[in-house]
Design a protein around this ligand. Structure first.
Ligand code: F6R
Length: 614
């Protein structure tokens, strides 16, 4: 959460910084600010609200700075307002800092600084950090770079920072621990810094992903220097970005979320691309191949994730247990890490995360590593912390997901988990060969079936119109479609702000059935196979209590058709693969209701895409 951008070069900094902030707005959007170093003076502009509010504020100001830092915020310490917005300045006004992360010992530091006469204006940990850096600088008489190193060594918590100083024109110091930070090396010695590569790609594809405990000194026109907190010089391993600008644009869609929903035939295909050898009927997952024996000997697999990624993990549990016959437990990162879980060296822990930066998921993985488990990652963002901190993993290759509500990342995660389950089931000889081959073959049709499921869009819009004013929704599913119900409910609540709950359909009669009346829309995933008869009975129970039934069914369904108020047909597929198709109309339903209610679909209130705080 929170996005930071920095620029150092020969161009005007503020348009580049504002453009970069817009690309990072998905990380937080309650306030924004920029600090520009111009004629040895630091000029600060801040605005509550979105980056466009900041842009509005400075659009008539004459600015020529070629060095600056900027920030878009998701509040952790202190309410969203201009005082708490970044950048924050030091006591002398000579240093300005932007920060993503949390300084856990900021209260102790603040008290000490207050005793020395420092005055604080905001409630943020960032103001403490910049003042602390200046204090170390003045006290020790070391260079500013060394002072940053010394200060960061005394800081507890996570950070990605960018710092400018009036005493250091044409330069910037950046550092990371626990929060992501990338620096792009542009033409003519310019540098563009970002929380991810999105602000950078327009300027250069050559980047360096900072590692934890690294501090970099950037000087216009000079070689970048990277040194650890312990003063070890690093030869930075540069990476060429495999990302295009178009992937970061809306491409004619009103919202990124809709674009990303429509990208799913392609993104699911990309998640499988090169991983299924149709001739030999084999799944190949190069990333985890060296660890396959270890995985095959595992006593159990623990899947860890948060939010939508946790739902994907739960689908994974059904897949692994059914296809590979390996016991699986699915854990919320936040619960797992704090409850002293029993983890043995023969456990394999799979961390599932789109961003690869979710604090709770990462903490769960680190805990499991300490206890000797093998860690695998299933994540989307290349080079992210999950990718780096796990022993091995499989990228989802869904492409950048910008809409805050996760859509294509979910189906890509489920695709990868399906491939993993098939591979392990095959190697363990726990899956019937016919079933295995049929599933491989069927998987290849999934992108096409998603394409067909997308054709329900108009119908879903009509349904959305009818129910957009409902106060509550229930989502029901059984078996592997239970996590789909959870995911459908999450999508609706997070972008439309309508209360929605997902339930295993049979659990309804143990309580939630009391909620059902003519005002309660119930979305039921009632595809053929699996527990079809049972779910038909559940639908009957809702019907006899006058609930409104919106059923997602297999094409040609007759039975549910007689009971449901609305029928959304999706193509038939193997039961184990239905989540990949059945999720689509639920994403569309949430999207259309949110648009009809006038919500900011890509930036729902109180949320941020990448939750890097606990
Ligand atoms: C919901 C959503 C969140 C994320 C969760 C985990 O649409 O996007 O629930 O799924 O914050 O994020 P990642 O997958 O980045 O670990």
């Amino acid at each position: 959460m929170c996005g930071i951008v920095g620029y150092l070069g020969n161009k005007k900094a503020h348009p580049i910084l504002l453009d970069g902030l817009k690309k990072l707005e998905y990380r937080g959007y309650d306030s924004a600010g920029v600090a520009l170093l111009e004629n040895n003076i630091i000029k600060i502009f801040k605005a509550k609200g979105k980056v466009s509010d900041l842009e509005e504020k400075i659009k008539h100001v004459q600015l020529s700075a070629d060095t600056g830092i900027a920030h878009t915020r998701w509040a952790t310490h202190g309410v969203p307002n201009e005082i708490n917005a970044h950048p924050h300045v030091s006591q002398s006004g000579k240093l300005a800092l932007v920060h993503n992360g949390i300084i856990e010992n900021y209260n102790v530091l603040r008290e000490k600084l207050e005793q020395k006469g420092y005055v604080f204006y905001s409630e943020t940990d960032t103001e403490v950090l910049v003042k602390f850096i200046e204090d170390v600088y003045l006290e020790t008489g070391k260079s500013l770079f060394e002072a940053v190193q010394l200060a960061l060594k005394r800081v507890v918590g996570a950070y990605a920072i960018a710092l400018i100083s009036t005493e250091m024109p044409g330069s910037m110091i950046i550092a990371r621990k626990g929060s992501p930070l990338v620096v792009g090396l542009g033409k003519n010695g310019e540098f563009i810094v970002g929380s991810d590569a999105a602000p950078i790609i327009r300027h250069t594809k050559t980047v360096y992903y900072l590692d934890d405990n690294e501090v970099a000194f950037l000087q216009k026109g000079k070689e970048m220097q990277v040194i650890t907190l312990d003063n070890k010089r690093i030869s930075p391993l540069l990476t060429e970005l495999d990302l295009s600008l178009e992937e970061l644009e809306k491409g004619g869609y009103d919202y990124f979320m809709l674009k990303e929903i429509y990208e799913q035939p392609r993104s699911v295909y990309d998640s499988m691309r090169g991983r299924i050898d149709t001739e030999k009927q084999l799944v190949r997952l190069g990333g985890i191949e060296p660890y396959e024996n270890h995985i095959l000997e595992a006593d159990r697999i623990i899947m860890v994730g948060c939010g939508t990624s946790w739902h994907a993990a739960l689908v994974g549990e059904y897949l692994f247990e059914e296809l590979a016959r390996i016991p699986v437990e699915t854990e919320y990162g936040s619960e797992f890490r704090y409850r002293n879980p029993i983890i043995r060296p023969r456990d394999v822990v799979i961390g599932i995360s789109q961003s690869g930066e979710t604090a709770d998921t990462l903490a769960g993985l680190r805990l499991a590593k300490e206890k000797g488990a093998l860690l695998l990652g299933v994540c989307n963002v290349v080079g992210s912390s999950v990718a780096r901190e796990t022993h091995a993993g499989v990228y989802t290759h869904a492409g950048p997901e910008i809409g805050v509500a996760s859509t294509k990342a979910f189906t890509a995660q489920v695709t990868v988990l399906t491939l993993m389950a098939l591979r392990l089931g095959y190697l363990k000889k726990n899956i019937d060969l016919n079933r295995y081959e049929n599933l491989l073959c069927e998987l290849e049709y999934i992108p096409e079936k998603i394409e067909r499921a997308l054709q329900s869009d108009l119908l879903v819009q009509q349904i959305a119109r009818e129910y957009k004013n409902a106060r509550n929704f229930l989502y029901l599913g059984r078996g592997i479609n239970f996590p789909v119900a959870l995911e459908g409910a999450l999508k609706l609540k997070e972008i439309s702000y309508i209360h929605a709950e997902g339930y295993p359909a049979a659990e309804m009669k143990h309580g939630p059935i009391a909620l059902i009346d003519e005002n309660m829309p119930v979305v039921v995933i009632a595809t053929k196979k699996g527990n079809y008869d049972k779910i038909v009975s559940n639908i009957q129970e809702i019907k006899s209590r006058n609930g409104k039934i919106i059923a997602v069914v297999t094409e040609g369904d007759k039975e549910v058709a007689r009971l449901a108020d609305h029928l959304i047909e999706i193509p038939e597929t193997d039961e184990m693969l239905t989540p990949l198709v059945a999720t689509i109309p639920l994403q569309l339903l949430a999207y259309h209701i949110a648009v009809m209610l006038g919500r900011d679909v890509d930036k729902p209130r109180n949320l941020a895409k990448s939750v890097t705080v606990e």
